[in-house]
Design a protein around this ligand. Sequence first.
Ligand SMILES: CC(C)(COP(=O)(O)OP(=O)(O)OC[C@H]1O[C@@H](n2cnc3c(N)ncnc32)[C@H](O)[C@@H]1OP(=O)(O)O)[C@@H](O)C(=O)NCCC(=O)NCCS
Length: 193
Amino acid sequence: MLIRNYKKEDEQGWLRCRVLAFLNTAYYDNVLNKKEVYEHPSIELVAEIDGIIVGLIDVEYEVEEGTVCSRGNGLGGMIWHIAVHPDYARRGIGENLLKIAEKRAIGLNLNRFEAWTRDDEWVQNWYNKMDFNQVESYYHLYFEGNEMNNRIATNVSNLFPVSTFAHYVSDDIEQFNNITRKHHCICYEKCFK
Ligand SMILES: CC(C)(COP(=O)(O)OP(=O)(O)OC[C@H]1O[C@@H](n2cnc3c(N)ncnc32)[C@H](O)[C@@H]1OP(=O)(O)O)[C@@H](O)C(=O)NCCC(=O)NCCS
């Protein structure tokens, strides 16, 4: 396995690897058909085996405090994407990508990584294993059809929302018990030693 910098020609392989990795997660419908370009500098690595992109990590990082991460002091890096192709899972590829990104980050005087993920227990276990701490959370709610009734309206005439994705940032989550799709969205942070 080779871990190296992402290059433009990797885009299709990167997109395929990401979509396959996310299929079995709570982000299954978060599909990209183009790789993002970040506003701030970034560490973008891929893992390659026999010419196939089997893993990726993207970290956008701060050169000025408070410009990328949502919390914390000093210069941080936000992990926007980390994914391993499911056919190559549990071989240490994710861990190696993280380690190399972390080494680069320390060299760039960053003091931490931040990452957000939903309620997939095995992914949370991976973050815990990699020495991340859970630092905050809120909810992602999907309202569909009748779940919209008496809750979500618009004051634009002739506009009828049929589904809504919303962030809920308080504690009374029980009021949404009858909504089929809701996720706990969790912030993990790893402070470098
Ligand atoms: C999280 C992820 C990057 C880990 O990559 P990986 O190379 O498979 O994992 P590693 O080899 O570094 O670590 C393996 C550990 O991760 C956890 N893990 C990974 N895949 C797992 C699975 N399918 N089921 C259960 N645990 C799993 C286990 O703790 C495992 O340790 P074990 O094999 O000793 O039980 C990868 O599973 C992935 O792409 N997940 C989907 C995308 C995602 O949710 N990304 C993070 C949110 S942005």
